[in-house]
Design a protein around this ligand. Structure first.
Ligand code: 11C
Length: 344
């Protein structure tokens, strides 16, 4: 049976990706679009400056955008995907949760809250059990699940594959696409002939979210993974696709071949939006590259390559599509997991 869903923040870059990914989805039927006050009352095609590489689905183009309040959402919608700016999300998401909505959110507020599952279905689906803690502590009838930041999602599945060798220190340097910064980055391309270091808040998110994702939930409390993560995050003039250089120290000696095998064999999950193989490992050390490899697995596959030995472990590169695997696709996948696990 179809689950009726809505998008909070439907006109932005990630909101548009949600619309693209929900077209012809086998489980989800799009029935509500919200945005800021200035868009409310307009049709979607009037309200959104559409920039995704496929046309606006015809039925969505004519849908009316409403304000982002529980009262404005039509009856029969149970699941909301949120791509609101984090400040707005922090204000409005609790109101939807009190009203009993299940919210799969890409917004960065509350990602590190101890009672909020921060989930990548292929990595830590068991963390959904935190919903019981959340309901008890906050009195919500609904449920809130977050997906991590796009630069975190790109790296963490590869770390999950290597954790069997005893992850200790992880250093990562990112080369992040301008779509991660929203429309202003894409439209102005003011970054051409430049690279911007230390981009807003990204380093802290990678350092903390990674440890939560790979942490253990003991039935009552979530324990962060003990590894240390140090991140340097940089913006480069690529349109889509974050490339990352990872240096991972492990307690066990591990060869590049063993690491490649662990990544290739790391299991995917049986959900509609998850790729058959989660991590593709290239033999060619010049891959992955954003333009060539970001669309793999409909934008949901992680790519890795250039795996080499270092004095204390390994170095390698990884890549993912930042607005699909790293944002809207991640959130849709969490929605699929919520359905599969009976939260709807
Ligand atoms: C970027 N990763 O590329 C960011 C955008 O925490 O979800 C997404 C911010 C977030 O700038």
């Amino acid at each position: 049976m179809a689950v009726r869903v809505g998008i909070l923040g439907a006109t932005g870059a990630v909101g548009q990706r949600f619309i693209q990914l929900l077209e012809d989805h086998p489980t989800f039927e799009l029935a509500a679009l919200t945005a800021s006050e200035s868009s409310a009352g307009k049709t979607y095609k009037e309200a959104a400056k559409w920039r995704v590489n496929t046309p606006i689905p015809e039925d969505v183009a004519e849908m009316t955008v409403t304000e982002t309040t529980p009262e404005a959402v039509p009856d029969g919608v149970d699941l909301l995907f949120s791509s609101l700016p984090s400040g707005v999300a922090a204000d409005v998401e609790p109101g939807f949760l009190e009203e009993g909505y299940v919210v799969s959110s890409n917004s960065s507020n509350d990602r590190m809250a101890p009672d909020v599952p921060l989930t990548i279905p292929e990595v830590n689906p068991g963390h959904l059990e935190l919903i019981e803690v959340q309901r008890e502590e906050r009195g919500w009838d609904g449920a809130l699940v977050k997906n991590p930041n796009c630069s975190t999602i790109t790296m963490v599945p590869t770390l999950a594959a290597l954790d069997q060798f005893g992850l200790e220190n992880v250093n990562v340097s990112t080369l992040q696409a301008v779509s991660g910064a929203g429309y202003s980055g894409v439209t102005s391309m003011e970054i051409i002939d430049n690279a911007i270091p230390h981009i807003g808040g990204e380093e802290d998110k990678m350092e903390t979210e990674s440890r939560k994702l790979l942490g253990d939930f003991d039935g009552a409390e979530l324990h962060l993974h003990e590894m240390d993560v140090a991140a340097s995050c940089n913006r480069i003039p690529t349109l889509d696709g974050h490339l990352e250089n990872v240096f991972a120290e492990t307690t066990e000696d591990v060869s590049p071949e063993e690491a490649a095998e662990a990544m290739r064999e790391y299991p995917s999950v049986d959900l509609h939006s998850s790729p058959d193989q989660l991590i593709h490992v290239f033999e060619d050390p010049g891959r992955p590259q954003p333009r060539m490899d970001r669309e793999r697995g409909d934008g949901m596959q992680i790519s890795a390559g250039g795996i080499q030995k270092t004095a204390d472990g390994l170095k390698y590169n990884c890549l993912a599509h930042n607005t699909i695997r790293g944002a809207a696709g991640a959130s849709v996948l969490n929605g699929e997991l919520l359905v599969e696990e009976g939260y709807l």
